[in-house]
Design a protein around this ligand. Sequence first.
Ligand SMILES: [Fe+2]
Length: 245
Amino acid sequence: MRYLIFSDIHSNIEAFEKFLAQKKVKSVDKILFLGDLVGYGPNPDEVIGQFRTLPHLKAVRGNHDKVIAELESSALFNPAAAFSAEWSKLKISPANFNYLKKLPKGPQVIDRCITICHGSTFDEDYYVFSQFEATESFRFMETSIGFFGHTHFPIIYYLRNEKLDVVPLSENTRIKLDRNTRYLINPGSIGQPRDKNPAPSYVIFDSGKMEISFNRFSYEVSKTQKKIREAGLPELLASRLEAGV
Ligand SMILES: [Fe+2]
């Protein structure tokens, strides 16, 4: 079985459409999404509309999805995120709003062997940025392999013989997984990468070969930036796309 795993589209339709056009993306059996369809970017309704057409899809909601679906307030958001959340609510059709509201809470276990979550396995909003946080997330994970988003930072944590380690994910990385090791993998972000590389990233997991491949592609960043500026969204949201931060 080949799984496509991706996260954090953040209303960036240019990045999302380019992602869907990738040859590798079209040859998978199942699609797993780790949350944050919307927030920050200029095309929330278009992104939800495209997302809803994906086949063989399992998804969890992200913190921005919750706020924009009015399941939670934006009180804990920074000013740019809160502004964009309020702006996004006005742009989404009632049908897409309902879809957003019904996105499942993480973690979810897929095919009894893969965990998907937005932040961590014990709290959908908790950021896994360090080995300490990854250790906590492993403690609450029921499967050997898990995928998480939220940080927009591609990375693999692995736990072997109670020892935790990290592998950075860089362009075209292929990693053979070991059946006696546990893994927590972040595919990075489609719509707002934050590892100082503006190129969106995703992962393909081949459960037959027990292999992970990490992939990146480029898209027209300036087109999305122009739309952010024309919509009157905070300038920070446009400039960070180019810097990949
Ligand atoms: Fe996010």
